[in-house]
Design a binder for this molecule. Structure first.
Ligand code: AMP
Length: 485
């Protein structure tokens, strides 16, 4: 990413966006298997690489590879990882840095002992810290932000790992939900603004064992699979340490105005998860209801773009009284690369994934619901697909406001140049996607639907261009907007 240094120079690294899921397990005889299952439940947060580091009480062992969780961790690999403590990470990244080298957790042997770290989010001052450290002789092995935190922990003058971690976290800025493992402890922390989620849960165990197994995960859907009960969020600015002494919590920094990512509720998290203390299902259905109130249209069927638009479409249909129909069917087995026929088929890519149900669409006025439009290319193809299936009218409804600014906190949005809503008016977008009408949800409507101001307040920078931190890409935004939110 590109960030601005205090002296006004631009810094670049080939690192850009990371969408990730993290999980941690404290004290279970099958910690490696629980981490594996937790990662499987978080697979939607990243499909490019995954890794697990375990502790057997003495030393740390790791396995990480490119690919999907279920393919990476065979029975034989998991047997090699046997341990009682574990952390795991699943990652999707863009822009040419998908190498295995950047897969997480990052495991190091440092002057503070062995430790491994897994990180969800993006730091906004990693480039600055990195170039300073490199000029002082530090050698980095990866291009990931996370390694900056590892170096800061190793170089901290604090002697204990919790203090060194707290010291390191005070020096970085941006989005981080972290889990860390040492041979006898698990650490979990969130940045002071609480950009990305991290929840704590517990697997109740046999009578006599008071603590049970303590677990952390990006989303609570991971808890459900491993039989853990949700307890609470890791709070913004909080560092929790779980070790032989029990569970301790400290605030390593004063929490700042909370700015949790609203896009977790709009799109990213699973509807069966509780995120930032709020069920995603509730937000997403309400987003659809609110959209129906703000942007009604006379139509025969409500059709979601699967899977991302489904829950909002349920809400839109319920509020409008227009019947909900699965008018597009998704093929769930789309792999990475497909051989295209030499006579190239129009919209081949989207057809691999989606197919219209002609009998449901023919002659109908369709309300097409999706969670977001980014570049607009997918929506354009889907609208064409629905028309080709015989729909009489296609009214596109989007369950969030226009995406006008990139994310620097861990969501994969392209640069402003590629964001259709940053470059075209709503009418021009309608024309581009080929819909009869188009409407987005209002900013206020979205915030209200996601319970803004109740349990959390949200970062909405991708919709407003107002960023809650400094160090964002000045090429991509109006400088005046920085730090205003
Ligand atoms: P497009 O407008 O063609 O760039 O793509 C819009 C589609 O991408 C919508 O169906 C969204 O659900 C989906 N989408 C939006 N943001 C993301 C993201 N960060 N990662 C993956 N898919 C996304």
């Amino acid at each position: 990413m590109v960030s601005l240094r205090a002296d006004g120079k631009m810094l670049t690294s080939d690192k850009f966006h990371d969408e990730c899921g993290v999980v941690a397990i404290y004290a279970n005889p099958e910690a490696e298997k629980l981490a594996y299952l937790g990662l499987h439940a978080l697979q939607h947060r990243g499909q490019e690489s995954a890794g697990i580091v375990t502790s057997n009480g003495m030393t740390l062992n790791q396995h990480k590879a490119m690919g999907l969780v279920a393919d990476i961790f065979t029975t034989a690999e998991l047997a090699k990882l046997r341990g009682t403590l574990a952390i795991g990470h699943t990652r999707y990244s863009t822009a040419g840095d998908s190498a295995l080298l950047n897969a997480q957790p990052i495991l190091v042997q440092s002057n503070k002992g062995m430790m491994a770290l897994a990180h969800n989010g993006n730091l906004v001052n990693a480039g600055e810290i990195r170039s300073r450290m490199e000029s002082q002789g530090s050698i980095f092995q990866t291009s990931s932000d996370t390694e900056v935190i590892v170096h800061l922990i190793a170089q901290s003058k604090e002697h204990t790992l919790p203090e060194a971690m707290a010291d390191a976290l005070r020096r970085v800025e941006g989005a981080f939900s972290l889990v860390m493992i040492s041979p006898d402890r698990i650490f979990a922390a969130r940045d002071p603004r609480g950009f990305r989620p991290l929840a704590m849960g517990r697997i109740p165990t046999a009578p006599g064992d008071r603590q049970g197994t303590i677990v952390f995960a990006s989303e609570t859907c991971a808890f459900d699979l491993i039989g853990a009960v949700y307890e609470r969020e890791v709070k913004p600015g909080e560092l929790i340490v779980v070790g032989p002494e029990g569970i301790t919590s400290r605030f390593y920094a004063t929490p700042l105005a909370q700015s949790s990512c609203i896009f977790e509720h709009v799109y990213f998290s699973r509807p069966d998860s509780r995120v930032f203390g709020r069920p995603v299902q509730e937000s997403r259905e309400e987003l659809g209801r609110q959209l129906a109130r703000e942007a009604p249209v006379e139509a025969d069927v409500v059709v979601p773009v699967p899977d991302s638009g489904v829950t909002a479409a349920v809400g839109y249909a319920a509020e409008s009284g227009i019947p909900f129909r699965f008018g597009l069917i998704r093929n769930h087995y789309v792999g990475r690369t497909f051989i295209e026929p030499s006579q190239s088929v129009r919209d081949f890519g989207v057809k691999l994934k989606l197919n219209p149900v002609r009998s449901l669409l023919e002659g109908k006025r369709v309300v097409l619901i999706d969670d977001s439009i980014v570049r607009g290319t997918t929506s354009r193809k889907i609208v064409r697909m629905i028309r080709n299936a015989g729909a009489k009218e296609v009214h596109m409804r989007i369950s969030c406001p226009p995406t006008i600014s990139p994310c620097f906190y861990g969501v994969d949005t392209p640069s402003k140049k590629q964001l259709i809503a940053a470059n075209k008016t709503i009418e021009e977008i309608r024309e581009y996607v080929g819909a009869d009408s188009i409407a987005y949800l209002s900013l206020e409507g979205m915030k209200q639907a996601c319970g803004d101001g109740e349990k959390t307040t949200y970062c909405t920078a991708c919709y407003t261009g107002k960023y809650p931190t400094r160090w964002v890409d000045v090429e991509d935004i109006q400088p005046a907007a920085v730090g205003k939110q």
